[in-house]
Design a binder for this molecule. Structure first.
Ligand SMILES: Cc1cc2nc3c(=O)[nH]c(=O)nc-3n(C[C@H](O)[C@H](O)[C@H](O)COP(=O)(O)OP(=O)(O)OC[C@H]3O[C@@H](n4cnc5c(N)ncnc54)[C@H](O)[C@@H]3O)c2cc1C
Length: 549
């Protein structure tokens, strides 16, 4: 495949020029090599619309990135930068625009600076969570990372897609936890943001705002530049970690539970990642979910299964009564604490007091785990709670004796909804009814959202990918319908795969799509030849906009 509008000869010339810059062994154009950049989770696998790369080029330095970008401008070759390319569920390593040459930055994998005293780091794009974790442990650092569930991705790629982790609120939103960028602009120019614009700056990784208009946000979920360095704030190892739970028994308690949760999180009484579960409705913590994937879910008795099947919207008086008899709370909110043991103890005591106003609440006092983590304590809590990267999450969907025919991946519908009990109930109603209307049973039981971000919930709904074009085609259509249905309720995706990026930007339509119009003006100004990440998050360069509606 050659990029559209580029002749074979011109493309061959571009690849030869790239090879002059990076070395022939780092330009990949054989079918076998380029296939590795396919999106393994693509719902369009093997179909004409699958997003495919034409080639890949892997530079080793900022200067090489600049040279590649300049050649691409000269010869009008579309480029698609990736860091480690593990964006499964959101497009993998495949470009948003077919025919793009993947600019694979994994060779740029140096940890450039670690400031132990101020808990900051400066990394290149190819540094994975595993790499940085290993580097920190091998150098005796006491700093922790905030990791997403799969540890093989990169700090930069994950943050630029606005990914999320599992420790403290101010670190869980990975783009918000960055401090300072270095960016090769689409014309090959080099920019440093924040204090990095000051030659010899001493606070590039520690003072975010810099001077004047902040431009950092232009480079997240966009095609405005190639990020070649990025600073992040880390977490100094706390003295202890504790994970506890608050249980409530009545369905109606959800509303007050959420209000108190918000209070304890927004006042930093709880300092970790809250996990909302429902033992009665069968929604587990991530750790219990992985345990069930690996060893099977605990059996459910017949009465419980029947009551669940009959309970409309997760509630019936009989189901609730069963929960009391069987010791299965309707709600179980897991709250975490980082800090000195005496502080953690006091914070949990205050949390208990606040939740006690709800009639009948019960509490699970988790063990205080002291740091540094002793081998005997490993595995007592989810690794990501302690900033330890792993790949254990892939037990979900992996082939095993329990799952002989796994899916080929999944799509995530990920709408952001308000942080209220009413919004949870409403989202369940809306998506359950939509699932029935679309003939796609997306919600089996009442579902609780995740708390990646402060002040909002993320209502994650996974759909399997089958590689059967008829089935996947139906799911794509349903997903697009769900994007519109969510928007009608004032909710939208925080992140999505290229196949849905146009549809999501479409619903951000305030004032005749003012947001898209501004993004397009910025795109045209920064990338006049439209060579970089065309179509990423729905923003197309001028020459590809026509006919897109
Ligand atoms: C089972 C499962 C669980 C998951 N759990 C989580 C989770 O807990 N949290 C989470 O956030 N994600 C999660 N994901 C999604 C995904 O795996 C991770 O977000 C992963 O870290 C993204 O891949 P990456 O870091 O290699 O980024 P990349 O694939 O390298 O980058 C993502 C995108 O960002 C852009 N980009 C990357 N680098 C650059 C650059 N240097 N300059 C300009 N643009 C760039 C590109 O458009 C690229 O496609 C999960 C996925 C699966 C399958």
């Amino acid at each position: 495949m050659t990029p559209a509008g580029v002749s074979d000869a011109q493309f061959a010339r571009a690849l030869a020029r790239f090879a002059d810059v990076v070395g022939a062994e780092f330009v990949f154009s054989s079918r076998e090599d380029v296939d590795l950049y396919r999106d393994a989770y693509s719902p369009l696998w093997g179909q004409p619309d699958e997003r495919l790369a034409s080639a890949a080029v892997a530079p080793a330095s900022v200067e090489e990135v600049q040279a590649v970008v300049r050649i691409a401008n000269e010869l009008r070759i579309p480029l698609y930068p990736i860091s480690t390319g593990k964006n499964l569920g959101y497009g993998g390593s495949a470009p948003a625009y077919s025919g793009s040459v993947v600019l694979d930055l994994k060779r740029m994998n140096r940890v450039l600076e670690v400031d132990e005293a101020n808990a900051t780091v400066l990394v290149e794009p190819g540094v994975s969570y595993f790499d940085l974790y290993r580097h920190l442990r091998e150098t005796g650092s006491r700093l922790w990372l905030d990791v997403p569930d799969p540890g093989w991705g990169s700090l930069i790629g994950n943050a630029l897609d606005r990914g999320s982790g599992a420790t403290m609120a101010h670190l869980r939103n990975h783009f918000d936890a960055h401090c300072g960028l270095e960016v090769v602009l689409p014309d090959g120019d080099l920019l440093r943001t924040g204090m990095g614009a000051l030659p010899g700056a001493k606070t590039w990784q520690s003072y975010r705002s810099g001077y004047g208009a902040s431009v950092d946000g232009l480079f997240a979920q966009s095609g405005m530049g190639v990020v070649t360095k990025m600073g992040f704030w880390l977490l100094p190892e706390p003295e202890a970690f504790r994970r506890c739970a608050v249980n409530a028994w009545r369905f109606e308690d959800l509303h007050r539970m959420v209000e108190i949760l918000n209070y304890v999180e927004n006042t930093r009484l709880t300092t970790g990642f809250p996990e909302l579960t429902s033992p009665l409705n069968g929604q587990r913590t991530i750790a219990a979910f992985m345990e069930a994937n690996e060893h099977g879910a605990p059996p459910r008795d017949l009465e419980h299964a029947e009551l669940l099947a009959a309970a409309e919207g997760g509630y019936s008086p009989e189901l609730e009564a069963y929960g009391r008899r069987a010791g299965l709370p309707t709600w179980s909110f897991h709250l975490s604490y980082y800090g000195p043991p005496e502080v953690v103890e006091a914070q949990w005591r205050a949390t208990r007091r606040l939740f006690s106003e709800i009639q009948g609440t019960s509490f699970e006092d988790g063990e205080i785990i002291r740091m540094p983590l002793a081998e005997r304590d490993r595995g007592k809590v989810h690794d990501a709670d302690l900033g330890i990267p792993s790949l254990r999450i892939f037990s979900a969907g992996a082939r095993s004796a329990l799952v002989p025919t796994p899916s080929y991946g999944h799509l995530f519908l990920s709408p952001v909804i308000p942080r209220t009990g009413a919004a949870i109930v409403e989202a369940n109603r809306v998506f359950r009814e939509a699932g029935i209307a679309l003939d796609l049973p997306i919600l089996r039981n009442f579902q609780l959202p995740t708390c990646y971000w402060e002040r909002t919930f993320l209502f994650l709904i996974g759909m399997g990918v089958t590689r059967d074009p008829a089935v996947d085609g139906k799911r794509i259509a349903a997903f697009k319908a769900l994007i519109r249905i969510a928007a009608e309720h004032g909710w939208s995706e925080y992140r999505t795969a290229p196949v849905f990026q146009d549809a999501v930007l479409d619903v951000f339509s305030y004032n005749d799509h003012a947001l898209r119009r501004v993004q397009e003006r910025l795109k045209d100004a920064l990338d006049p030849n439209g060579i970089l990440s065309a179509g990423r998050y729905g923003v197309w360069p001028r020459h590809l906009r026509e006919g897109r509606g």
